[in-house]
Design a protein around this ligand. Sequence first.
Ligand code: ATP
Ligand code: MG
Length: 550
Amino acid sequence: MTEKNVSENFITQIIDTDLESGKHQDIVTRFPPEPNGFLHVGHVKSICLNFGLAEDYQGVCNLRFDDTNPAKESVEYAQSIQRDVEWLGFKRDKEVRYSSDYFDQLYTYAQELIEKGLAFIDEQTAEEIRENRGDFTHPGVNSPHRGRPRSESMDLFRRMKAGEFEDGKMVLRAKIDMQSGNLNMRDPIIYRIKRQHHIRTGDKWCIYPMYDFTHCISDALEGITHSVCTLEFADHKPLYDWVLDNISIGCHPHQIEFNRLNQTFTIISKRKLIELVEEGVVDGWDDPRMPTVSGMRRRGYTPQSIREYAKKSTVTKKPSIIPMSTLEDCVRQELNTIAPRVMGILRPLKVVIENYPEGESEMIVAKNHPMDESFGNREIPFARELYIEADDYKENANRKFFRFTEGREVRLRYAYYLTCQRAIKNDAGEVIELRCTYDPETKGGSSPDGRKVKGTIHWVSAQHADDVELRLYDRLYNEKSPKGMDNLNDNSLEILESAKIEPNIINNSEGIRYQFERMGYFYRDKIHETNKPIFNRIVTLRDSWAKLEQ
Ligand code: ATP
Ligand code: MG
């Protein structure tokens, strides 16, 4: 049996019961994003749940754009959402849906409510409506237009649609209960006048239905069986049910609310993400530090590991927060098995092997994966001049430092034992080069006389290595529960412009995530290159934040 997308939870229990009782034969879910931004890791939980349930129960999940607020929506956003859902690996067997596909039907249902005396045209100003709505401690006050004849409301509504009135002049409200303890039930607005070009319907409409009215009807029209949404919609459920109970639609989906995915060191909200983009804090929605699907993709996270992560945020009724390091662990775990190993130097320090013949070089055999032989071997060039990582040398090293210091012998990965003879400094006193000698008997990394060295470091041949730019990323915020811009981490991006990698990697980087031995996992960022190949660090080899997550 293949593993289920969705672990057993209270929603799967509801579905199981509905299938057993014969209430439903097939499951239909939907994922209903508004195309007003890019998808974030929170949406992934909802995608994995809705598409995952449909897959697990051999049902259907619709991708439906909730496009009722034209001012903030764009085709670009809609396209990015579609691409992200596909990239995550979920298949749709049907066309993408749009709430705007239902504008005609929605208009008809609104008229039905008016005919039944369950909706009326209100001409109070937006401010009056807000004031008269009351709050948690004060009941609402009926609109003076609440009792107007149905025929009058119908006439005004049709003229609203015909464009006879200016924006904001009047609205259509459901007639429910201004005394209700639930503010959503205090005669909610269901239609407003707004002259705004729409991404699908153009200028056909100058009135647009509100979310609460649209959502339940769209669900019903699509025959959704289980309308799964996040907890903040619990208070909207009575309205969801009220609308469907009062129109002739013949389908009444079951709204079920679950807990959102929240993540430490992250603000998950499109509104806040837009701010980061607009203020130039990041270089776009797909900045590799962003918790967006496009950012994670550009950074090199795999769809599989992101889905694995979303699964770890359990589906319950209780708000919860999941450590960001859990996401990174999921990524690491997968990359460890799929990433070929190579050598790359982040901060190069030159090494000259004084007893290695000038002008010569040789090939060294290296394993592409230490635990998985199916990855095979490769040959890498070795020569008199190399680069190593600058911090693999220390002038005043104690006995626990097993890498280079003057007089110490160290193994170069897959190559030779090297002894550091002396360091050369510039006028500023900085070490700029190491002079070393090698033991030709130690090729492959061991000594025939059984001599042991404790340290092994990575390296590249100076003349053969390729120049690359590396970008290292850290948390965007330095607070576990960030509030906003004040908590931004100033060091979330480090650019290393003089990095080096072994040959034959740049031209074999399409879609491949590499482990640079000892330094982390890296992924080429071709789209953003200008003069040099750029690799983004996907994640480090070990978790340096675990302590802070406690
Ligand atoms: P945001 O709150 O970030 O602005 P949103 O909820 O307004 O997002 P929508 O496009 O309306 O964004 O969301 C589409 C679906 O994704 C909704 O069903 C919503 O419940 C779900 N969703 C949004 N954020 C999360 C989250 N953090 N965890 C789980 N599901 C989420
Ligand atoms: Mg929303």
